[in-house]
Design a protein. Structure first.
Length: 113
């Protein structure tokens, strides 16, 4: 499934994720992979739902918290994006990329208002 996503074989990845999640709906990483797939295909709202599901199953899932931030950013919800990125930093405080994302949110919010 991850190989399919990396190879941009999105329909095959979606089919595999559907089968995995039917078999085990509480598999947090499969929910997170669905969030990644939906983000990559521009389905940001659906991706956020999958991120929330992942975090409900595993509150310490750094990738899902960061994913929420990326989705909010793409939707122009910069305040929500910063909050999600901050949560990701509380889970994994050494990620400089997330600090940069917070700075991008601040700049984007200043530019749009």
């Amino acid at each position: 499934m991850i190989d399919c996503i990396q190879a941009s074989q999105y329909e095959e990845a979606e089919s595999l994720l559907d089968r995995i999640l039917i078999e085990d709906p509480d598999f947090a990483e499969a929910c997170n992979q669905r969030a990644i797939l939906h983000h990559l295909t521009g389905r940001y709202e659906s991706s956020m739902m999958a991120c929330h599901r992942t975090l409900a199953l595993n509150p310490h899932h750094y990738g899902a918290a960061a994913g929420l931030g990326h989705n909010h950013f793409h939707l122009g919800n910069f305040t929500e994006a910063r909050a999600a990125f901050r949560k990701a930093l509380t889970i994994h405080p050494r990620m400089e990329g997330i600090r940069q994302a917070i700075r991008r949110c601040k700049l984007a919010a200043a530019d749009c208002c």
